[in-house]
Ligand binder design. Structure first.
Ligand SMILES: *Cc1c(COP(=O)(O)O)cnc(C)c1O
Length: 421
């Protein structure tokens, strides 16, 4: 459920008509709903209320400092995958004890930044990385809590580009080698083993892969404890999917996911961490865009929008579906027409949808891409020298710009000439 609904003929973000935001901020623009973000975070928090837990928001899905501040004040932890994300979480006032540092290639410089500012744990992904963290921790005279990310070789049954838990993926160490790798970690100075980490992929629409993986994690907990490791925390990753279409596809609910976690690892007495991104932020955002032209082609019609692949790359990158709806509510039963919905960028890949049935929309009309809160603004670029898309946060009947659109002059001013030109 989200808070983008039609009221009095207008698509609203909570109690603000999206049209008002478009007029104030221009298009394209991302618009987020506070109520939806909080609701989704709380669903996870409640789903794990049966035991000690921390819901760490996956910052990579939506990293605006205002969003992190909102969730951080609600008590959320943060899962970060770079020094940049770590510093964003800190800028949002989230204490280090609630920040988990993940990622497959952490540099020594990033490790230093995170150890200096304080961190709940570092999730290690390889032996060389383990050695590097040990060196850095020793040089700084600190001991850092760590887990090892195990790769369980389980098929998450999701898009290949966002599956991370198969043996051919770059992530983690093979679960079959876990005993060896944990022994190495325990022997390294500056590291303190506190738990196990796993994350098998994103946009999972079935609980079965989670069940298989968490059962493996439970077994591994027993094995590692028998080896003398203090396994007190289980970081079970993120990945729960959301409905992107109006079809009947119903992804699992956080409540059922929480019950599954209780069933598979609840008896171990561990603190549970999860790292949801998409399910918290995905349906909490829309990309607002305006029709520039309606172009009648030889065998198809094109809806040319002012939003493009550089603003929302998911359709080009993952063949992702986003519902695209007019901001002015279509009359019930009004005829529809098939469009290829595209942006102005000079690539055929700049196509959001092909043959999409749309109610009649024309030049200047506003449309909204639904479920665009996660992996939307964070993946935006300035390709074609299009200014980075701005972000707006709505709370009830008011809204604020939380990242403004840069001017073209600002973009150009970032470039500099070498001395010989
Ligand atoms: C991407 C990622 C997540 C979040 O995934 P969602 O599908 O957005 O929930 C969590 N943990 C790690 C390590 C990730 O790489």
């Amino acid at each position: 459920m989200d808070h983008f609904l039609y009221r009095d003929g207008q698509l609203m973000a909570e109690d603000v008509p999206l049209r008002e935001i478009a007029e104030a901020v221009g298009t394209p623009a991302y618009v987020y709903s506070t109520a939806t973000l909080l609701r989704h975070y709380r669903l996870f928090d409640e789903a794990l209320a049966w035991g000690p837990h921390l819901v760490c928001f996956a910052v990579k899905s939506l990293s605006n400092v205002a969003i992190l501040t909102l969730l951080g004040r609600e008590g959320a932890g943060m899962d970060v995958v770079s020094a940049g994300e770590y510093l964003r979480a800190k800028a949002a006032g989230v204490p280090g004890e609630r920040i988990v540092f993940s990622g497959v290639g952490k540099t020594r410089e990033e490790m230093r930044i995170v150890l200096e500012g304080g961190v709940r744990q570092v999730n290690l992904e390889s032996e060389p990385e383990m050695a590097a963290l040990s060196e850095v921790a020793v040089s700084m005279g600190v001991e850092v809590p760590v887990t090892v990310r195990v790769n369980p070789d389980v098929d998450a049954k999701t898009h290949a580009k966002i599956a991370t838990g198969k043996s051919e993926n770059k992530f983690g160490v093979p679960i079959s080698r876990a005993v060896e790798v944990y022994a190495e970690a325990a022997a390294l100075p500056g590291l303190r083993v506190v738990g196990i980490d796993v994350h098998i992929g994103s946009q999972l629409t079935d609980l079965a892969p989670f069940e298989a993986v968490y059962a493996k994690v439970a077994d591994l907990t027993g094995v590692l404890r028998a080896e003398g490791h203090a396994i007190e925390r289980l970081d079970l990753g993120g990945g729960l999917g959301i409905p992107y279409t109006r079809s009947n596809e119903v992804p699992p609910l956080p409540r059922d996911y929480g019950a599954l976690i209780e069933r598979t690892v609840g008896h171990l007495g561990c603190e549970v961490e999860i790292e949801p991104g998409r399910l918290i932020s995905g349906n909490a955002g829309v990309l607002l865009s305006r029709v520039i032209y309606v172009k009648t082609g030889e065998d198809r019609d094109f809806l040319i929008l002012d939003g493009a692949m550089n603003d929302l790359i998911r359709p080009a990158m993952y063949d992702a579906w986003h519902d695209i709806v007019p901001v002015a509510e279509p009359v019930a039963g009004a005829p529809t027409r098939a469009f290829d919905i595209v942006g102005p960028v000079c690539e055929t890949g700049d196509t959001f949808a092909r043959g999409r049935e749309m109610p009649e929309v024309g030049e200047g009309d506003l449309v909204a891409f639904r479920s665009a809160g996660a992996y939307g603004a964070v993946m935006a670029s300035e390709y074609n020298s299009r200014p980075l898309v701005p972000e707006v946060l709505v709370d009830g009947d008011h809204f604020a710009v939380i990242r403004r659109r840069p001017t073209i002059d600002e973009m150009i001013a970032r470039d500099s000439l070498p001395p010989w030109l």
